[in-house]
Design a protein around this ligand. Structure first.
Ligand code: ADP
Ligand code: MG
Length: 596
């Protein structure tokens, strides 16, 4: 007697729910995505106890007739695709036809729906079983209430986190959906309190302002670009605004918020050497492409995506963001305007703002009263926040960098910092960081074009010994190493000699640098020549830069500041740490209570 039976639908729905319905936010996601697919322009999400007690989603979309309203709760019931052919051309957020069936199997649901012209329908379900289906009033749209989530799956209920964490997931989700659809008005509330509200006017900057705050949006620049397969656009923060995690990066592919490791890295890479280690930008990246090049059918929750021509896209993203940030940092056509009055600041210098969310104790008087010094960016046109019908209006603005200040050396302190003054106050410059930046840019340029004419023979060849397997891997990478100026010759089975090096190679550090770069190849197995060049430039700049506790003559300091002025990115060292800090005259006068 055969023991295999086909599961009944209720049981299989409950199993599917294990993947689709992980927590209240997953229900919110599926319901709101359905509302978006139904062409709604206004979507309201009402939660009680972060959705554990109740989740209600009301939309003004196209609604359903009675037959569809009942059918929508069946497994694999969808109006979005019909043939296999459609699976490769998905433009809607949903397509698997299993969300409503899964949610219904683990909760109690009431659904009202109508196309706005014909009599509406009300369907009630419990644990996936339809209890009733009755006529309901005419009102265009759908209203769905999910109560007692996981009432029949206690184990799942047990694994939920605190109410605050669960609410956090829904807030994060609605934020991302609001960023994906600026022309839909979203409202999210919990226990009667409004948490998110967007206008639906189609202005992405407005949505960004309502999520991240106007002051951060002021420091965001728009970008746009395209290749033959992709069109990208969005907003990215200037390097001075950073966050401690990558969670503030939103990647949208054809309107769908996705998590994509490679694209995340491409974005972070665009800020290479401009941000400190462990700090990340706020970015919204919109990618439009032919759905044929994407595969969203990777996970039931549709968070992940596979992309064809991924490398091409990553390069487009990296270059576009990098160049737009670079452009904004170009010296100016400055329209001199008085510095816009800013919020009193607890930050002592402009850079700290990027590092610390919390004010740091500083035992000088009345920090709170100080105005935030503005060294780097001066507002040319400011953004304004006006509250009109609870709506945030964000004006487009242009951010222009002041030219690097004309600095006159005053002296050096602790053998580490250069003190310089200018018309607008005084500056502290970290001599090591400054030189690292200058040397990094020099070596990056050099390593980029290793020419055969610029070589110099060593008096005594250098020898390097490795184990057999390491030697084998090194032999595979000889060309990459040549491209960064390291000319290894095989010498026996597992040794190598270097007889010459480029003329610009840092003197006295040859062995260490060659060993470190070979180490790079061995540990990271990187054959990415760009990365290797980058590593080489950073390593050489760090080895060669003057360290702290090293006394400099006035002439040395003047030369250093002169070279810094000509650097492409004079504000940070290659590790993203600040090079220069400004103390404005006004700030100093305030400290001494010369002005109030
Ligand atoms: P999918 O979204 O993958 O198609 P769902 O189970 O989420 O599957 O929904 C099943 C179907 O129910 C959808 O294809 C759609 O036709 C209909 N539907 C669900 N929610 C709504 C809504 N808010 N407005 C109109 N139709 C809806
Ligand atoms: Mg759906």
């Amino acid at each position: 007697m055969g023991q295999i039976i086909v599961m009944e639908e209720l049981l299989s729905n409950k199993i599917a729910a294990g993947e689709v319905v992980e927590r209240p936010a997953s229900v919110v996601k599926e319901l709101v995505e359905n509302a978006i697919d139904a062409s709604s322009t206004s979507i309201e999400i009402v939660l009680e106890e972060a959705g554990l007690a109740k989740i209600q989603v009301t939309d003004n979309g196209k609604g359903m007739d009675e037959e569809d309203a009942v059918q929508s709760f069946s497994r694999h019931a969808t109006s979005k695709i019909t043939t296999e052919h459609d699976l490769f051309r998905i433009r809607s957020l949903g397509f698997r036809g299993e969300a409503l069936a899964s949610i219904a199997s683990v909760s109690k649901i009431s659904l009202w729906t109508s196309d706005g012209e014909n009599i509406g329908t009300k369907v009630e379900l419990e644990g996936g079983t339809i209890l009733s289906c009755t006529p309901a009033p005419i009102r265009r749209g759908t209203d769905i209430v999910v109560k007692q989530l996981f009432f029949n799956t206690p184990a799942r209920l047990k694994y939920l986190k605190t109410i605050q964490t669960e609410l956090g997931h829904s807030i994060d989700l609605i934020n991302r959906l609001a960023l994906s659809y600026p022309n839909i008005a979203f409202k999210l509330s919990n226990n009667g309190q409004t948490i998110i509200q967007t206008s639906g006017r189609g202005d992405l900057r407005q949505v960004l302002a309502s999520i991240y705050g106007i002051s951060n949006v002021k420091k965001m620049v728009a970008f746009e670009n395209e290749s033959s397969d992709f069109r990208i656009s969005g907003y990215a923060t200037l390097p001075e605004i950073t966050r401690a995690s990558k969670n503030y990066i939103t990647i949208l592919v054809n309107g769908r918020w996705v998590k994509h490791y490679g694209l995340n890295n491409a974005i972070v890479d665009a800020y290479h050497t401009l941000l400190p280690i462990g700090r990340f930008p706020i970015v919204v990246l919109n990618i439009e492409t032919d759905p044929m090049l994407t595969d969203v059918n990777v996970h039931p929750a549709k968070h992940q995506i596979r992309l064809s021509k991924e490398k091409e896209l990553m390069e487009l993203v990296r270059q576009t963001i990098r160049s737009v940030i670079h452009q904004v940092q170009q010296p100016p056509k400055i329209t001199e305007k008085p510095i816009v009055k800013q919020q009193p600041s607890v930050q002592f210098d402009i850079f700290k703002q990027s590092y610390t969310e919390e004010p740091k104790p500083f035992n000088a008087p009345a920090i709170e009263e100080r105005e935030q010094p503005t060294v780097v960016y001066e507002e040319v046109e400011s953004l304004q926040k006006e509250i009109v019908v609870e709506e945030i209006i964000v004006e487009e603005h242009v951010e222009v960098k002041k030219p690097f200040p004309d600095l006159h050396v005053v002296g050096q302190i602790h053998g580490t910092y250069i003190v310089a003054q200018s018309d607008d106050g005084f500056y502290l410059i970290d001599q090591h960081a400054a030189q690292e930046r200058i040397k990094y840019e020099f070596y990056k340029e050099k390593v980029g074009k290793v020419s055969s004419s610029e070589r110099q023979a060593l008096l005594l060849p250098l020898t390097f010994h490795y184990s057999l397997d390491e030697a084998y891997r090194i032999k595979e990478s000889l060309e990459e190493l040549q491209n960064v100026g390291i000319f290894l010759e095989e010498f026996g089975t597992s040794s190598f000699v270097v007889r010459e090096h480029p003329t610009w190679f840092p003197k006295g550090h040859e062995t260490k640098i060659i060993e470190s770069l070979i180490e790079q190849i061995l540990t990271n197995r990187t054959t990415d020549i760009k990365k290797l060049r980058e590593e080489a430039a950073i390593m050489m700049s760090c080895k060669l830069s003057i360290k702290a506790n090293h006394y400099l003559t006035t002439r040395d300091m003047e030369q250093l500041l002169d070279s810094l002025k000509n650097a492409q990115h004079p504000l940070t060292c290659p590790h993203g740490r600040p090079v220069i800090v400004h103390f404005s005259t006004y700030e100093v006068e305030k400290m001494f209570k010369r002005v109030m």
